[in-house]
Write a protein that binds this ligand. Structure first.
Ligand code: COI
Length: 357
């Protein structure tokens, strides 16, 4: 167990202001009263763990992260159960992925117990910020970045790990409804041997120009393709993608090293199998998707991720062509309800995925 220093907040948010914030959580705009910081040096390892008042941090202008984007992050959530207890979902999976990202980005790995402890420490202070409404949670954002002041290009000898938290409603805003997706033909997200499987800020920065095209065309997300493999489907700007067929199959792109190994993705694969659905993790071309939607063999599509949870895809805009799904999303919504049910304690946690905070 790492010893955390707790620094008292001089001016904590009054309960009525927290209640006001939770009444309309939005996504990623409001932050809780505290944050976690742990420092790492090449010589000393992880040290100086603190839970302290949320606020601006100071960095040397030469800090490596500001120049070479040496940064990794995770997305997790804390859920309020009806008895007031708070749980997170499969934190060991996020810790493992964080460390795979760390390896790829030449940042130090963090012990799983320190990672999990950092979430427990933050929640020990900020439990009041966990909303309890339908589809709501406290979004947790652990991240590490290179702080050494050095402009030479090599792994940093000083790194900071932090966790912040933000009350979250529907990622896409408002009520849950099918989203419209823009197919990116001008930009790719990742290439073999690149950083596509790492959860690193640069992958998201690189997606923004395509995301802008999506928004300009009335779409909420962008779909990236792999042009090296007949335009097979990769992932959306910030989430994985699934298709459902009319004969009880669930399709999702296989993990080829260019897409993110979603924790939600892997849970949904398990839940789909539990329902007797056949799960196919393989390459899926956009042509197959378009043909299946047109002849009725692919009936549903959905996006998934920690932030997005499970969100139906209504339409895919590919230049002047449209792929649409107009079904009842029965499988998508059943999987969504079961996953959210487990996370919020309404459905039995038969796989032991919950971790009490
Ligand atoms: C998540 O789903 O947690 C993510 O990290 C995606 C991010 C773009 C919000």
């Amino acid at each position: 167990m790492t010893e955390f220093t707790a620094i008292e907040h001089p001016n904590p948010t009054p309960q009525e202001k927290i209640t006001e914030a939770l009444a309309n959580p939005g996504f990623g705009t409001q932050f809780t009263d505290h944050m976690v910081t742990v420092e790492w040096t090449e010589d000393g390892g992880w040290q100086n763990a603190k839970v302290e008042p949320y606020g601006p941090i100071s960095l040397d202008p030469a800090a490596s992260v500001l120049h070479y984007a040496s940064e990794i992050f995770e997305g997790m959530k804390a859920y309020r159960h009806s008895d007031g207890s708070i749980y997170t979902f499969r934190p060991e999976q996020n810790a493992a992925r964080f460390n795979r990202s760390a390896k790829r980005m030449a940042l130090p790995e963090i012990p799983e117990d320190l990672f999990v402890q950092s979430l427990e420490q933050l929640l020990a202070k900020d439990k009041a910020w966990v909303p309890g409404g339908e589809g709501e949670s406290l979004y947790l954002r652990p991240y590490s970045f290179a702080t050494e002041a050095f402009l030479g290009v090599r792994p940093s000898k000083e790194v900071r790990y932090m966790v912040i938290a933000s009350p979250a409603g529907n990622f896409f805003g408002g009520e849950l409804k099918p989203v419209k997706i823009w197919v990116s033909r001008d930009y790719v997200r990742a290439a073999p041997g690149g950083t596509g499987a790492a959860k690193t800020g640069g992958n998201y920065a690189g997606s923004l120009v395509a995301q802008e095209q999506a928004a300009a065309n009335g779409c909420q997300q962008v779909l990236f393709l792999d042009p090296l493999h007949e335009n097979s489907v990769e992932e959306l700007g910030g989430m994985n993608v699934f298709l459902v067929t009319n004969d009880g199959r669930v399709l999702t792109p296989e993990l080829t090293g260019t897409i993110l190994e979603g924790v939600t993705r892997s849970a949904l694969i398990q839940l789909a199998k539990d329902r007797g659905l056949t799960v196919e993790e393989r390459r899926i071309t956009l042509d197959e998707w378009a043909a299946g939607a047109a002849d009725g063999t692919i009936t549903e599509a959905f996006a998934c991720g920690t932030a997005a949870a499970v969100t139906p895809i209504g339409e895919l805009l590919d230049g002047d062509k449209t792929i649409s799904h107009t079904g009842d999303y029965s499988t998508t919504l059943a999987l969504r309800e079961e996953l959210l049910g487990i996370q919020t304690g309404k459905v039995e946690d038969r796989h032991g995925w919950l971790h009490k905070l």
